[in-house]
Write a protein that binds this ligand. Structure first.
Ligand code: CFM
Ligand code: HCA
Length: 542
């Protein structure tokens, strides 16, 4: 049966805000947007990348999660040591389903949990000695090419100089690159600050370290692909089939050597812009490697992205090969899509995930004929919503790209303010360059609800009002949503599924969602006596 949404978007927004104290409601109102999806002169603005109001149960994570977990976590041959009390390391150990394949004899430290295990006396007297000993121990045991140190909140509070320790140990070893990240969890407002910190350090200490050029045809870097549920394996399969050489993935199943050789690519293809745009910009500024935005989530988006890469190289051989691969792969995709659409067409979805998937996965749902009623990011910035022009922090002159010194701390404000067409024109004339890429808002229907940093209360309320056929988010949302009787799909970990990227991934996703939205089990979430009050027993005192 088709659900009818009776309320207008404005009513729903009002309903979501009704319970808040006035000050909170005012702030949240700016983060709940009724989409206009037009190129109008004054597009509606959404407030993003701002601090969550204390007391609200946010879906977000922390800076340490964004740095250690997201960006560096998927690199399999670097020893990642968490400097802090054991909890931060233990509870972030293997929580992300980034897969690895080290081959026959490759190194893989992913399954280990490395921590300095700080105790009370280390907090009081300082933990640098303990950190030094831990680095030494890791080196002696594994002799890795790289050791990375990650600061947790207490380390920032007591002021351990992790960078000095890393520098000392690197000099001592000579054959192991040791560097550190000041990614204390409390920094910034979300994971996003952690991405930036990770990007800066990887670029400063790792990219460009390998001086042996990488050979291959049509060399690209794949930026912002973390191999969750094997997505990266599927993308690599397709790239290989097309004859495209992937020099470095940042950072799914990556190795030290890949990062260190990224400067040998001719193009950066950016999958998750939010988490890695800083590296894309720095590669362009320092080595003159341009970047384009790609999306391998959705079969049509995959085809489009492959064509975009082929178009960049402009070589007929590659263009023809890409077309042949698309034609071959789409046969199975079309077959399954046609079948599932008989059941999924017209169904509805909601997506609240991180900083890119809440947008990317709408393509897969659209391929199934499903409509996205409402979506939002946890921590993306305004450019990820608006998909408009980004102004780099440097004026880039095409002829003077190979500069040594670059500003690694890009000014976040430059990425944020929406410029009017006149302002953009003036900046363009002043020599600034712009990037164009897709954003969530223009891709969503007019009147849909776009909500930034959705919280537990609003999630349940939204589901109660709009009753989507499926709700997509993370582990913290999973069970509360399922208890409302609505199927829930994790788009972070994919539950136990995947890959969902590329052509085979699309087929996997169609089948999985078809099963979820078609299952009757969710209607049994109510206890029998809630459904049939006549079953309620009456206690009789004899
Ligand atoms: Fe990029 Fe990611 Fe995402 Fe992200 Fe993440 Fe993730 Fe995510 Mo979880 S890098 S922004 S910080 S696509 S871990 S693989 S699923 S919130 S939407
Ligand atoms: C993180 C990682 C996470 C969490 C997922 C979730 C991931 O933010 O620290 O909440 O289910 O993808 O593993 O985003």
């Amino acid at each position: 049966t088709k659900k009818v949404v009776q309320l207008m978007p404005t009513d729903i927004k009002e309903e979501l805000l009704a319970k808040y104290p006035p000050k909170v409601a005012r702030k949240r109102a700016k983060q709940i947007m009724i989409n206009e999806a037009t190129e109008s002169e004054a597009p509606s603005e959404i407030l993003a990348n701002v601090r969550t109001i204390p007391g609200i149960i946010t879906m977000r994570g922390c800076t340490y999660a964004g740095c250690k977990g997201v960006i560096m976590g998927p690199t399999r041959d670097i020893v990642n040591i968490t400097h802090g009390p054991i909890g931060c390391a233990f509870y972030s150990w293997l929580t992300r389903r980034n897969q690895t394949d080290a081959g026959e004899d490759g190194e893989n430290y992913m399954t280990y949990c490395f921590s300095t295990d700080m105790q009370d006396q280390d907090i009081i007297f300082g933990g640098e000695k303990k950190l030094e000993a831990s680095i030494q121990e890791a080196y002696d045991l594994f002799h890795p090419k790289g050791i990375c140190i990650f600061a947790t909140c207490p380390v920032g509070l007591i002021g351990d100089d992790i960078h000095a320790v890393a520098k000392k140990m690197k000099a001592k070893f000579g054959d192991c690159n040791v560097f550190a990240f000041s990614c204390e969890g409390y920094k910034g407002v979300s994971q996003s600050a952690g991405h930036h910190i990770a990007n800066n350090q990887v670029f400063t200490h790792l990219v460009g370290e390998n001086e042996e050029p990488k050979e291959g045809e049509y060399k690209i870097n794949l930026l912002g692909e973390y191999n969750i549920g094997g997505d990266g394996f599927e993308i690599d399969r397709i790239l290989k089939k097309c004859g495209i050489t992937n020099i470095a993935t940042f950072s799914g199943n990556s190795t030290y050597d890949q990062f260190a050789s990224a400067q040998y690519a001719d193009l950066s293809a950016v999958m998750c812009h939010r988490s890695i745009n800083y590296v894309a910009d720095m590669l362009e500024t320092k080595y003159g490697i341009p970047w384009i935005k790609v999306n391998f989530i959705g079969a049509k988006s995959t085809a489009k992205s492959l064509r975009k890469i082929a178009e960049y190289f402009g070589d007929k051989k590659l263009i023809d090969k890409v077309e042949a691969v698309i034609a071959e792969e789409m046969m199975e995709v079309d077959k399954v899509a046609t079948d599932v659409r008989t059941r999924t067409d017209g169904k509805t979805a909601m997506l609240f995930v991180g900083g890119s998937r809440a947008h990317h996965y709408q393509d897969l749902f659209a391929e199934m004929g499903m409509k996205t009623l409402s979506a939002g990011y946890e921590f993306a910035h305004r450019d990820d919503y608006e998909g408009r022009e980004v102004i780099p922090d440097l004026k880039v002159d095409a002829d003077s790209r190979n500069i040594e010194e670059i500003t690694v701390e890009a000014d976040p404000e430059l990425y944020n303010p929406r410029k009017t067409p006149e302002e953009l024109k003036a900046l363009e004339e002043a020599g600034y360059q712009f990037k164009h890429y897709a954003g969530m808002n223009p891709d969503m229907d007019k009147g849909t609800l776009i909500i930034d940093d959705l919280n537990q209360y609003e999630a349940e309320k939204l589901v109660e009002i709009m009753k989507p056929d499926i709700f997509c988010a993370g582990i913290k949302e999973k069970y509360s949503i399922q208890k409302t009787g609505v199927p829930m799909k994790q788009l972070h970990s994919y539950d136990s599924g995947g890959p969902y990227a590329g052509f085979q991934g699309a087929v996997n996703f169609y089948k999985e969602i078809d099963r979820l939205v078609g299952s009757k089990v969710w209607s049994y979430m109510k206890a029998p006596w809630q459904e049939n009050p006549e079953l309620t027993g009456t206690f009789v005192w004899e």
